[in-house]
Design a protein around this ligand. Structure first.
Ligand SMILES: Cc1ncc(COP(=O)(O)O)c(C=O)c1O
Length: 454
């Protein structure tokens, strides 16, 4: 197969490739970086420039690049069985083994079954449907509504977009799914309620209760939240929030859905974000880290009490008439099995916790020396630097928040790949990152802020 030259790649990208979450016009003016190789937490661009990957692909390559065991598992699976479906009537060994593994990992969380998809958005869509179906099986067909958080991100399909809490992702595609409502996020840095985290957690849980009552509890299917909001700006809720929302959901019989697409498999320094808060959900959305991003894969994990209803109902509606050709794709399942093996064997989650603590300290230090950073927040190996135009008043950056782009370019020049989203610089390195690489990433960021702030 003939590959394109560097110049041809750059030209063809500008001409023919539309990028997710980017305007085709902007991609012409500011061409994307072409990444050609990865090894551990290092990546190289097409011009031979080496960088520490502060993004882990896209919160996904949690075990770093170039893992021989994952590669071997993929190749062996391609040799053995490249594809077979798991629709009614057939299955295959890797799907079964991965289901065993995921349910085994999540047994302490009360999980009994898992439904595979191709990525996070697919997992979201499937679970929204399963939640409605669950209530029909329970004889409460009116429970169709979803309540979610502002700033939440739940993928891009119509259901996920409708529960997303950021207007930017919703507006171009409206009208969305009816019956989706949003309440305020317990966001310490920006909220009209309280500067006290515990009080804020309690108030925001009360907002959920009020919304459920306003909608009428017997019409609400589920409440949805990320244990730590990722794309919305790494918003870490106060520790009393999740236990409180679990209590509210229980009081009104509302299902609690945890979107663990980012937080699942160790990113917060805990195996799952719900464990960080000591709470069990009813449905979990998983993707990214499940296969370390080597092959697309998502999953919806189902708590025993929900699975039980599907397993015992005699209703014709108990058939799951949802699924994708590539649900539990054997090659993706093989990649996931190898990834989960490494995750456990190498105690990767413990590394995320200890490196994460150091990482967040270093970022706090960068913030102390900057006049652009208004807030630094994070947990484990997910972090956000929120830039402001005035630190004292917390006034947001003006217009298109060009400062974040400038900082990211300067960091890139200094050997660090970081991600920007509006006023935020978002960081999510591999969970296997080493301390020296964190230092490099943070030194590059510190230098970038100095260069931009002058
Ligand atoms: C919390 C969360 N949910 C869902 C999704 C959607 O996943 P995907 O992009 O794999 O469809 C994402 C993607 O970043 C996410 O961060």
């Amino acid at each position: 197969m003939k590959h394109l030259s560097i110049d041809e790649l750059k030209r063809a990208n500008a001409r023919h490739l539309w990028h997710p979450m980017a305007s085709p016009q902007a991609s012409q003016h500011a061409p994307p970086d072409i990444i050609v190789r990865g090894e551990g937490s290092w990546i190289w661009d097409v011009d031979g420039h080496r960088l520490v990957d502060g993004v882990a692909g896209l919160w996904s390559v949690n075990l770093g690049f170039g893992r021989q065991e994952i590669r071997d598992a993929i190749v062996a699976q391609l040799d053995e069985l490249a594809y077979y479906n798991v629709f009614r009537g057939t299955t295959h060994p890797r799907a079964i083994e991965l289901a065993e593994r995921v349910v085994g990992l999540m047994e302490p969380d009360g999980v009994a079954a898992v439904f595979f998809s191709n990525g996070g958005s697919d997992a979201v869509e499937g679970a929204l449907k399963l939640a409605r179906q669950y209530w029909k099986l329970q004889g409460e067909a009116d429970r169709v509504k979803f309540i979610a958080l502002r700033q939440g991100y739940h993928g891009v399909h119509f259901g996920g977009m409708s529960v997303n809490g950021n207007n930017k992702f919703r507006r171009p595609y409206e009208p969305l799914l009816p019956g989706c409502f949003h309440i305020d996020t317990p966001w310490l840095y920006r909220n009209p309620y309280s500067d006290d985290p515990v009080r804020l957690g309690a108030i925001c849980a009360e907002l959920l209760e009020r919304e459920i009552l306003f909608q009428s509890a017997d019409t609400v299917a589920a409440f949805i939240a990320e244990p730590v909001q990722g794309a919305g700006g790494v918003i870490v809720p106060p520790p009393n929030y999740w236990p409180a929302i679990r209590r509210v959901c229980d009081k009104y019989g509302v299902l609690l859905i945890a979107d663990e697409v980012v937080t699942g498999f160790g990113r917060t320094g805990h195996l799952f974000g719900t464990r960080l808060w000591g709470v069990q959900a009813d449905l979990w959305w998983l993707a990214k880290g499940i296969s370390s991003g080597y092959i697309p894969l998502g999953a919806t994990a189902v708590a025993a009490r929900v699975a039980q209803v599907f397993a015992t109902s005699s209703s014709p509606l108990a058939t799951i008439t949802h699924g994708y050709t590539y649900s539990a794709h054997p090659v993706a399942a093989a990649a996931a099995l190898a990834s989960l093996e490494i995750l456990e064997r190498d105690q990767v989650v413990a590394n995320a916790a200890s490196q994460g603590a150091y990482f967040n300290e270093r970022l706090a230090d960068i913030a102390r020396h900057s006049r652009l950073i208004g807030d630094v927040r994070g947990i484990g190996l997910m972090a956000c630097l929120e830039l402001v135009s005035d630190q004292a008043t917390r006034a947001p950056l003006k217009g298109s928040a060009r400062e974040t782009g400038l900082v990211a370019r300067e960091a890139y020049k200094r050997g660090a790949m970081v991600r920007t989203s509006g006023p935020n610089i978002i960081l999510s390195p591999a969970l296997t990152i080493e301390r020296s690489q964190i230092d490099l990433l943070c030194d590059a960021l510190a230098g970038a802020f100095k260069a931009v702030e002058g």
